[in-house]
Design a protein around this ligand. Sequence first.
Ligand SMILES: [Zn+2]
Ligand SMILES: [Zn+2]
Length: 349
Amino acid sequence: MVEIVANLHMHTPYSDGHLYHREIAAAAARAGLDVIVVTDHNVLVGGKEGYLNGVLLLVGEEVHDVRRRPQVNHCLIYGAQGEVAPLATNPRRLIQEVVQRGGLAFLAHLIEYGSSLDGDLAAIPWTDWDVRDYTGIELWNYMTEFKARLRSRPAALFGVLFPSLVIRGPFKATLRKWDELMADGRRVVAIGNADAHGTPVRIGPLRKVIFPYEYLFRCVNTHLLIERPLTQDVAQDKRMIYDALQAGRCFIAYDLAGRAHGFTFTARSSAAQATMGSELHRHGATRFEVQCPAPGWITLIHNGRPVARRLGRQLEYTSVAPGVYRVEVQRLFRGRWRGWIYSNPIYVR
Ligand SMILES: [Zn+2]
Ligand SMILES: [Zn+2]
C-alpha cells in the first residue's frame, strides 16, 4: 500500500470560498498534499479535474437544502458523476441516489456548537438521522472545531492570533456518535478536513485572511492507503483514491502537530490479516499492532471503550473479543496533549 495525503473539503468563489482551483492547488502543493477535492456548496463545477503543480485536484460538492433554517445537514459527495444538488431537500433520497451512481456520501460536521459572536457562526450540524447507506462521517472538521472555541470576544481574538493553541481534536460527542453508529456492526468511514474558505476578514483597519488554504492544508488531513503509486492518469488515480475512501483505508491526522506519515494499525488472527477499514474473520485470538512515526499516547478502543493505552511509538494487544477496534493517538504539542491521529476501525467478526 502507498500512503498519500488528501484534503477533501474546501470552497472556491463558485460558492463561498476566496481562491480559485488553480491557486488552491498551488497552496496544496506548497503544503505537501498529494490530493485535494474541492467541494463547493450545491454546485458540481465541471472541467477542473486534473494534475496542477503535482497535486491531483478532484471535484466533489457539499450539498444541503439552502431554504432550510438553520442550514443543517451538509453532505460531502464524491464521484457521483453528475449534479445531485436538486435532491438536497431530502437527504435520505440524496444519499440513495449518490450511492446508486457509485458515489460516496459523508455527513459533514455532524456535530457543531457554533458561536454566539456572529450569525455566520451558528451551529449547522447533521439533524436527519433517518439517513442510511452513507459512506461515512467527517469526524474532524478544522473550521467547525475552531468556531466552537470562539466563546467570547477575547477567546476569539486569542484563537485568531494563536490557532494552534486552541485546536485540540474532534469533539468527544462526535467520537461518541461515531462509535454509536458503528455499534450495530455497520461500517462508517471517518475523514478529517480543513473546510477551507480563505475568506479575508476586517479587524479594525486590517484586512487579513485568518486561515489561508495553505495553513489549513498543514493541519487536519486524511491519509489514504492506495494500492499503487499515483500514475498521473486522472481517471485511474481518482478511482484508486475513491476506492480507498470507500473502504475506509485511511486515517485522520493533525499534521501540524507532527508529520503522521507511516502510521499503521493492523490486526492478525491465525493466517488472516487486516488493516484500517477492513473486516477480519478471526480464528481464536486477534493480535493488534499500532506503529506511530513519533511517540504519543496511543489508545486502542474496542466498541467505544479504551482497552489498552501506552505512551510511546508502538502498542500491541491481544484479544479474543469480536467488535470494532480503532486507535487514537494524542501528541504533546504547544504545551498540551492534542488529538493527532484517528484511525479508521478494523472490524473483527
Ligand atoms: Zn458545511
Ligand atoms: Zn464546507
